[in-house]
Ligand binder design. Structure first.
Ligand SMILES: [Zn+2]
Length: 320
């Protein structure tokens, strides 16, 4: 069976693993992403991980990599915001030189596209055409798979759903515009919604959970408080679901997808988030489109990037 050395580079951790062509993880190792030293330090850390995993790199069929930021078709990564000191980096060249593997066997894509490919090849979006993926976490990313291939756009940058404006009177986004969905349906957005609502609710359970520090407030604590019936936590969930629902309606109208897969850490809120979001999506999408799309939760969350990096490599190998 074919095997790929898959790597998911994140701002905090890098996940590495040997993955076979039916998506099974043969071996896996998570390491810290070096905080300094740029791409050289990261490639060195990946090399160490590969040595710890004790497999013969010359025997793998390909190397697949997901990165947290824009990457073009040549494997050049452009200023990933969460990787300090990277700038514009020809990652494929670095990896090729470090491992002695030809560039034609190294496949690199954005982590959001990789997550989409993981679901399309092995997960809950298997075979759907088109399949749209929405990933909710620190940021809001996505990807579209049409006829089995990621729709990259001209430079491979397509899928920035997070910067769809859904509230022109809302908050300013990191991109400079006002009211992008990323200002609401992300880790930071959820915390901000909860903090705003807490100003008017001195009795919320969330105050106790924070133990005096706003930094302790997380989407997970909001979920826990919502499960206990806390009104402010439930209202936060409702606002988040409404914004997500609007985005999903836009995606239904734009792509007429067979399936939309919702993943990322925030999707672990489960049906409590997804069910109201689905209702809003189906209510707001155009009537003849609304019922065509099935909206499901992702199969992979924590290992989506690494499974996807392998899925991408296998798909590319099949096309050669
Ligand atoms: Zn934006």
């Amino acid at each position: 069976m074919k095997q790929v050395f898959a790597i998911d580079i994140g701002g905090t951790n890098t996940k590495t693993g040997l993955i076979d062509s039916d998506g099974a993880i043969v071996s896996f190792l998570e390491i810290d992403t070096p905080k300094s030293g740029g791409v050289e330090a990261e490639v060195g850390a990946i090399k160490q991980a590969q040595e710890s995993l004790k497999f013969d790199i010359a025997a793998v069929d390909a190397i697949g990599i997901g990165v947290p930021g824009p990457v073009d078709c040549d494997g050049v990564v452009y200023n990933p915001p969460n990787l300090k000191g990277w700038g514009e980096v020809h990652l494929r060249k670095y990896i090729s030189e470090c491992f002695g593997i030809g560039r034609e066997k190294i496949f690199i894509g954005s982590d959001a596209t990789m997550a989409a490919l993981a679901e399309f090849r092995y997960g809950h979006g298997k075979g759907a055409n088109p399949m749209v993926m929405v990933t909710l976490g620190t940021g809001l990313g996505g990807g579209v798979i049409i006829d089995g291939r990621p729709m990259g756009g001209k430079n491979g940058f397509a899928g920035e759903f997070g910067h769809t404006v859904i509230d022109p009177q809302g908050y300013r986004c990191g991109c400079g515009r006002i009211g992008c969905v990323e200002t609401i349906v992300t880790h930071k957005g959820i915390v901000r919604t909860a903090l705003e609502l807490l100003k008017k609710d001195k009795g919320s359970l969330l105050w106790g959970m924070m133990e005096g520090s706003f930094d302790q407030l997380t989407p997970k604590s909001v979920q826990e408080a919502a499960d206990l019936g806390d009104p402010t936590a439930n209202k936060t969930l409702e606002i988040t679901a409404a914004a997500l629902g609007q985005l999903l309606a836009n995606l239904i109208n734009t792509f007429n997808p067979e399936k939309i897969v919702v993943g990322g850490g925030i999707s672990l809120w489960g049906d409590k988030l997804l069910e109201p979001a689905k209702k809003i999506a189906h209510k707001n999408a155009l009537k003849h489109l609304a019922k065509q799309t099935e909206i499901v939760r992702a199969k992979y969350v924590k290992k989506a990037g690494v499974i996807g990096a392998a899925a991408n490599a296998f798909a590319c190998l099949e096309r050669v």
